[in-house]
Write a protein that binds this ligand. Structure first.
Ligand code: FAD
Length: 318
């Protein structure tokens, strides 16, 4: 079922969902089930599965020079989605990214997703490779989320990269896009970033999922800005509790978000990492309760493979 339908069927009740990372290659699907099982009691209508671009390693050639070789560390987004829908009978939402895929590969992925009966996709530009300082589009691939969005819209309209005279069909993907209440880090200002978000929605995005935030004011102001500017699709808040003191540095560095002073002071005052986890969970429970009061359509958790903190938060909120 489409995410927009799940939300309208809920009639204003806030839903619960979460996101998973494909495991490092070589692991088995059991790791995915172990990350999902503890959270099924909260009836997630959908589960997201992220996608990771290939990275580089440097190999020494016979002549002693170094050769750059691309490799994939976390394969399997589509396969994991197929396993989820089969085992749990919930919707799985694959993240589709521009980086690392040619347009043909994207088209093949859409054909596979339609075949599997997957109804929703989250379209993203994707992160830069670790070895690159900025995002470099893949030759023959898409540059921005808007380009990928157009590709999915074309697929939905039965317009394919290569017309097939024997097979005619239209997909009907419900399309989500990302947004950043504290602005995307490459954007010069919130207004410019917002303009591109508006473009994504005007092109047909059906729902928005936000970057994580720790100050609900940022989300509320962002939702208000969207509504004032004619963005009326559901805006799903992305959430992640702080679980270690190191995250005071790593989360702002990686995700370009602020951690409110009250929260950072409380973490710094902790005597142990166990206490930090308690502070992080408590903060997130309060944030979630307020978001429910604000009528957020879904609370969407970035579990990063660790379901336990999310489980405690969901038990306190739902
Ligand atoms: P875009 O919407 O393409 O925006 C990228 C930047 O370019 C922004 O600064 C924007 O303002 C600007 N821009 C947009 N369109 C144009 C245009 N036409 N011309 C000029 N500038 C433009 N990354 C992954 O690699 N895998 C994942 O699975 C993944 N999942 C995510 C899920 C969520 C909910 C979020 C919030 C992020 C996720 N990311 C993921 C990270 C995301 O890919 C990065 O933040 C990336 O840098 C931007 O992606 P985007 O889709 O927002 O890009």
């Amino acid at each position: 079922m489409k995410i927009t339908e799940h939300i309208s069927n809920a009639k204003g009740k806030t839903l619960f969902s979460f996101e998973l990372l494909p495991p490092i290659k070589g692991q088995s699907i059991q790791g995915i089930y172990d990350a999902i099982d503890p959270l099924m009691e909260f009836n997630p209508p959908f589960i997201d599965v992220t996608s990771l671009r290939e990275d580089y390693i440097y190999k020494e050639k016979e002549n002693g020079l170094l050769e750059k070789v691309a490799y994939r560390k976390r394969p399997g987004t589509i396969a994991i989605c197929a396993a989820i829908i089969n085992k749990y009978k919930v919707d799985a939402v694959p993240h589709l990214i521009c980086g690392g895929f040619t347009k043909e590969e994207t088209e093949n992925a859409l054909i596979d997703l339609q075949f599997l009966g997957i109804d929703n996709v989250l379209v993203l530009r994707g992160d830069a490779r670790r070895a690159d300082s900025a995002f470099i589009p893949t030759p023959g691939g898409h540059c921005y989320a808007t380009d990928l969005l157009q590709h999915v819209k074309n697929h939905n309209n039965g317009k394919f990269l290569h017309e097939d005279v024997e097979v005619a069909y239209k997909s009907d993907f419900c399309i989500g896009v990302a947004a950043y209440p504290e602005k995307h880090f490459e954007s010069p200002n919130l207004k410019t970033d917002f303009r591109y978000l508006k473009q994504k929605v005007d092109m047909g995005a059906d729902f928005i999922v936000t970057q994580m935030f720790f100050d609900n004011t940022k989300y509320k102001e962002f939702v208000n800005l969207c509504r004032e500017n004619g963005i009326n699709v559901p805006i799903i808040p992305g959430l992640k509790p702080i679980t270690s003191s190191k995250q005071l540095v790593s989360l702002p560095k990686v995700f370009h978000i602020d951690i409110p002073e009250d929260l950072s002071e409380a973490v710094l005052a902790c005597k142990s990492e166990k206490d930090v986890k308690e502070v992080g969970i408590e903060w997130m429970i309060n944030q979630c309760k307020e978001l429910v009061d604000f009528a957020a359509p879904v609370l969407h958790f970035y579990t990063m493979g660790n379901p336990e903190p999310t489980k405690r938060i969901a038990r306190a909120v739902f």
